[in-house]
Design a protein. Structure first.
Lengths: 528, 248
C-alpha cells in the first residue's frame, strides 16, 4: 500500500475504532442514522414521484438552489480573496508536503479526503426528505439529485476559492481585479434581471419564470449549473444533466490543471490557508474567537488621550475605543450591512403580507444570535484580566457587556430604518421592532453570561450547544408568548403594540439573568 | 550539504528574507539566531520547499523542490501538528512508506525509546500532549536519516530528558555527516554544539560567526544583543570563511 492510501485507510480505521472509547459519540451517530432511516422510510422514499399538481410550486426550490449556488460562489470567491480555502490539514503541510511524493498526487489526496468530509457533511440534506416529499412530492431520484448537486457545489466552490487565492496571493492588483470583476458580474446580473422585469412588467412571478427558464441563467457558475442539473432530473432531460456535469467537470479540471502546473507552487498558498483553518479550529475547540483576517491599518488619532476612567469602567472604555477604531462608523460593521441588506430583501419580498414584518424580525434576530455568540462579552470572558482586575464581579461584568448592549441598539436603528424605508412596514412599527431587536440583543448577552455560569465547565461542545439552545428557548418563550397573546387580544389597528410586551419581558429577562449571575467572575472557571 | 543563495521572500510589501546566502557543510551545525519576526521560520519554510522565493536552495546538490532533495531532507516544523487519527507508530510507518524506507522499524524503536515514547506507540496523535507531539514530530523528521536536517525551534515544549536526548542525537547526526540547520531564539539551548551561527534581523543576516572565530558563547550572546538591541550591522566574515566543513 502506498503512503497516501495508507494514510487514508488508517485514519478511517482509527476514526471508527475510536468510537469504542467514545460511546456518547457512537450513540449520537446511531441516533442520527436512525433519524435518517426513519425519514426515508416514513416518506416512502422508494416510491416514484407523485403528481405535482397537489404540491407546492417547484420554482421555490429552483430559486433556493440558484440562491444557494450563487451565494456559495460569491462566498468562496470572497474567501479566496482573503484567507482562501484548503483541502489539507496542518499535519499534511508538516509531514506530506516535504515528503518525496508528487505534488499532483498530494493534490489528488487532498481532493479525495475533502470529498469524503463533504459527503459526510452533506448527509443533513437527507433530513429534508420528509419536507421534500410532502412539499414537492419528490422521490428518491430527485432527492439524490439534490444531494449530488449540493456536494458538487461545495467541492467546486472550494476549488474556486483555492484558485482565486493562488491567483491573487501577494498581488494586490490581481486581487482588486478579481474583486472588480466579481462585483461587475453581480451588478450585471441584477441589471439583466431588472431589465427582464421592466420589459415584461407583469409582476415578480413572470420575471422569475422568465429568468429561471432562460438557458443563459442556467449557464451561470455553480448556481445556474446546479439548477440545470436539477431541472434535467426533474424534467427528464438527459442533455441538461450531461451539460451541467460537463460544466462542473471541465471547470474543475481546468482549476486543478492550474493548481498542478509548475512544481508544487500551490504549497505556499495552501500552507497559509491551512494555518488559518487550523487556528480557527483550535479557537473553536478552545472556545475562543479567531477571525484570522488581516486587520486594516488604523491611524491612531487619539493615542495621546489615553484610556479614560478607572477600575471596572476602564474595561468598557477600552471596548468602546476598540469598537470605534475598528470601524469607520462606530458599531457599524459588516454584520450591520448584511443585516440591513436582509431587511431590504425581506421588506421587498413580503411587501403587502401582514405577517411579513414578523418573519423578517425572526430572521434578523436569528442572524443576530450567531454574532452574539461570538460577541465582545464572549471574547472578554476568555481574557484573564477580566477575572484579575480587583473590582466587584458585577461591575466588571457590566463593563464587559457595554459594547454587547450598545451594538444591537445601533444595528436596530440602521436595520429597521432600511426596513421601513423599503416598504416593509410603517415607521411606528419599525420603532417597536427596533426596540424588540435591541432587547433580544440584551437577552443574548444575558444568555452568554448564564451559559458561562451554568455550562462553562462542560467540556462536551455538542452537549453545551444543545443545552445552551434549550436554555435560550426557555428564556425566550415568555417574551414570544407575551407578544402572541397581545397580538390576539388587541384590535388589528394596534398590532404594532404587540412588540412592546416582548421588549419589556426581554429586558426583564436580561436584568434577571445579570442579577442571578452577578458573581460570575468570582465562581466561573477561566476558559481562555 | 545545504546551500542557500540569494533567497528573497516577500509577503506583499513585507520583505521577510532579503538576499540570504550561506552554506551548511556536511557534518556542520549552523544555527539561525534572531528575535521574533526576524525571518528565521520563513527561511526554514523556503528551504523546506513550502514557500515560493527568489534565489536558489540546493539540498545535497539538488534543487530543493526536486524529489532527490526531498529524500535528503528532514524537516521538523516549529508547530508539531500531527494526524489526529494516526497512532504514534502509524505516523512513523506513514513516513517510512512516503520515503520508501527499508528496515525502518528498528530505527523507529530506537527513536521512540530515546524520546520515551515507546509505551505510547498505540496512542493516537490527538491523545498526545504538546511535548509528546514535539517528540513524535522530531522522530518523523529524523527516521529517514536525512543528509540535511532543518529544525525549527526544536527544543520548545520538550522536557529536560528529551532536550538532552535531542542534543545528543544532533551531535551524533553531525558526526555521521548530516548538515544541520537549527532555527532558534534561545541561544542557551544550542550552546555547546554549534559550528556556525547566523544572526538574523529584519530579514537579513546581520552577522555570521563560526565557532573558531567566536571564542565562546558569551561573545556570540554579546554580539546578538548588540545587533538586536543596538542596531548594529556587522558584515562579518565571508560565508567562505566557515562554509564547506565543520570547524574542528
Amino acid at each position: 500500500m502506498n503512503a497516501l492510501a495508507y494514510l487514508v485507510v488508517m485514519q478511517l480505521k482509527n476514526r471508527i475504532l475510536t468510537l469504542r472509547r467514545k460511546p456518547a459519540r457512537l450513540i449520537s451517530y446511531i441516533i442520527l442514522a436512525l433519524f435518517v432511516i426513519m425519514a426515508l422510510v416514513s416518506s416512502g422514499i422508494g416510491t416514484k414521484r407523485q403528481q405535482p399538481a397537489e404540491f407546492a410550486d417547484e420554482r421555490i426550490l429552483f430559486l433556493i438552489i440558484v440562491a444557494v449556488g450563487l451565494l456559495f460562489f460569491g462566498l468562496y470567491i470572497n474567501s479566496g480573496l482573503s484567507t482562501g480555502s484548503t483541502l489539507f490539514s496542518m499535519a499534511d503541510a508538516g509531514l506530506l508536503f516535504p515528503a518525496p511524493i508528487s505534488p499532483k498526487k498530494i493534490l489528488l489526496y487532498g481532493l479525495v479526503s475533502t470529498f469524503g468530509k463533504t459527503l459526510a457533511a452533506s448527509l443533513f440534506i437527507l433530513y429534508q426528505v420528509g419536507n421534500l416529499r410532502s412539499g414537492f412530492g419528490y422521490g428518491a431520484k430527485e432527492i439524490s439529485a439534490l444531494f449530488l448537486i449540493y456536494i458538487m457545489m461545495l467541492m467546486f466552490g472550494q476549488l474556486v476559492s483555492i484558485a482565486v487565492y493562488v491567483f491573487c496571493h501577494g498581488d494586490s492588483r490581481r486581487r482588486a481585479g478579481v474583486r472588480t470583476i466579481a462585483i461587475a458580474a453581480l451588478i450585471g446580473l441584477l441589471l439583466v434581471v431588472l431589465n427582464i422585469h421592466r420589459q415584461h412588467g407583469q409582476g415578480i412571478e413572470t420575471t422569475v419564470d422568465r429568468v429561471l427558464d432562460g438557458l443563459w441563467f442556467e449557464c451561470l457558475p455553480m448556481g445556474g449549473w446546479a439548477l440545470m442539473f436539477f431541472k434535467g432530473v426533474v424534467r427528464g432531460s438527459a442533455w441538461k444533466m450531461a451539460m451541467s456535469l460537463a460544466l462542473f467537470a471541465a471547470s474543475g479540471a481546468a482549476i486543478l490543471a492550474y493548481l498542478a502546473q509548475g512544481r508544487a507552487d500551490y504549497y505556499e498558498e495552501v500552507l497559509v490557508s491551512t494555518e488559518h483553518n487550523y487556528k480557527l479550529r483550535l479557537a473553536a475547540l478552545e472556545n475562543k474567537n479567531y477571525t484570522g483576517k488581516a486587520r486594516k491599518k488604523v491611524r491612531i488619532k487619539d493615542a495621546e488621550k489615553g484610556l479614560k476612567s478607572a477600575g471596572a469602567a476602564a474595561i468598557a472604555y477600552r471596548q468602546i475605543l476598540e469598537a470605534t477604531r475598528s470601524n469607520r462608523l462606530p458599531f457599524v460593521n459588516g454584520f450591520t450591512i448584511v443585516a440591513a441588506l436582509t431587511a431590504f430583501v425581506t421588506a421587498k419580498a413580503f411587501q403587502g403580507f401582514a405577517a411579513g414584518k414578523y418573519i423578517a424580525f425572526a430572521l434578523l434576530t436569528y442572524l443576530q444570535y450567531f454574532t452574539a455568540r461570538t460577541g465582545p462579552l464572549k471574547t472578554e470572558l476568555t481574557k484573564p484580566h477580566l477575572y484579575l482586575i480587583p473590582e466587584r464581579s458585577y461591575k466588571k461584568l457590566l463593563a464587559g457587556s457595554v459594547v454587547s448592549f450598545v451594538k444591537p441598539c445601533t444595528d436596530a436603528v440602521v436595520i429597521f430604518t432600511v426596513f421601513a424605508a423599503s416598504g416593509g412596514t410603517d415607521p411606528v412599527d419599525a420603532l417597536f421592532l427596533a426596540l424588540a431587536y435591541a432587547a433580544t440583543g440584551a437577552v443574548y448577552t444575558g444568555m452568554a453570561v448564564v451559559s458561562h455560569r451554568v455550562l462553562g465547565g462542560q467540556p462536551a461542545l455538542l452537549l453545551r450547544g444543545i443545552l445552551g439552545s434549550a436554555l435560550l428557548l426557555v428564556i425566550m418563550l415568555p417574551a414570544i408568548g407575551s407578544a402572541v397573546i397581545t397580538a390576539v387580544l388587541l384590535p388589528s389597528g394596534l398590532d404594532h403594540l404587540c412588540m412592546l410586551p416582548y421588549f419589556i419581558v426581554c429586558m426583564i429577562s436580561a436584568f434577571v439573568m445579570f442579577i442571578l449571575c452577578a458573581d460570575l467572575l468570582d465562581h466561573a472557571e477561566f476558559s481562555g | 550539504m545545504l546551500s542557500v543563495r540569494g533567497v528573497t521572500k516577500r509577503y506583499d510589501r513585507v520583505l521577510a528574507n532579503d538576499h540570504l546566502s550561506f552554506d551548511v557543510g556536511p557534518g556542520e551545525i549552523t544555527i539561525l539566531l534572531g528575535p521574533n519576526g526576524a525571518g528565521k521560520s520563513t527561511l526554514i519554510k523556503c528551504i523546506a520547499g513550502l514557500l515560493k522565493f527568489e534565489g536558489v536552495v540546493l539540498i545535497d546538490g539538488h534543487d530543493n523542490k526536486s524529489m532527490e532533495a526531498k529524500r535528503a531532507l528532514g524537516y521538523v516544523p516549529e508547530l508539531p501538528v500531527l494526524y489526529d487519527m494516526l497512532t504514534v507508530w502509524e505516523h512513523l510507518e506513514f513516513i517510512a512508506r512516503a520515503y520508501r524506507l527499508r528496515d525502518w522499524k528498528a530505527k523507529a524503536d530506537v527513536l521512540l525509546e530515546r524520546f520515551e515514547l515507546a509505551d505510547k506507540k498505540n496512542k493516537l496523535g490527538s491523545d498526545l500532549s504538546k511535548g509528546m507531539q514535539q517528540k513524535l514530530s522530531l522522530s518523523c523528521g529524523l527516521i529517514t536519516d536525512p543528509k540535511v536536517i532543518l529544525l525549527d525551534e526544536p527544543m520548545v515544549g520538550l522536557d529536560p530528558h528529551a532536550i538532552k536526548e535531542l542534543k545528543s542525537i544532533i551531535v551524533e547526526r553531525k558526526h555521521e555527516g548530516s548538515s544541520i540547520l537549527i532555527s532558534t531564539h534561545l541561544l542557551d539551548s544550542v550552546a555547546g554544539f554549534w559550528d556556525s551561527a547566523n544572526i538574523m534581523m529584519n530579514g537579513k543576516i546581520a552577522a555570521s560567526r563560526s565557532r573558531s572565530l567566536a571564542s565562546d558563547n558569551k561573545e556570540l550572546e554579546d554580539l546578538y544583543f548588540e545587533i538586536t538591541e543596538g542596531g548594529h550591522r556587522d558584515p562579518g566574515p565571508e560565508p567562505a570563511a566557515y562554509a564547506g566543513g565543520a570547524p574542528q
